[in-house]
Design a protein around this ligand. Structure first.
Ligand SMILES: [Zn+2]
Length: 69
């Protein structure tokens, strides 16, 4: 992983579509590392004036809840 990714804020996934914590706009997945050891997604806010980027990580409790693991 590069430094840019390391410096991203990480949020836990939940059942809602991910929305920007700053402006509330839906975010889109721009990178998917779920199948790597990193196990997270990179999301970017669809609001061009905002452009917020963050990581979204699978919460273990969430995975257990949905019997994924
Ligand atoms: Zn935003």
């Amino acid at each position: 992983m590069n430094n840019k990714i390391n410096s991203l804020e990480i949020f836990l996934m939940n059942e809602q579509p991910f929305t920007c914590p700053h402006c509330g706009t839906r975010c889109e997945e721009i990178g998917n590392f779920c199948h790597t050891n990193a196990k997270f997604l990179i999301e970017q806010c669809l609001n061009k004036n905002c452009g917020f980027m963050c990581g979204e990580e699978e919460d273990e409790d969430y995975l257990k809840l949905w019997k994924i693991i």
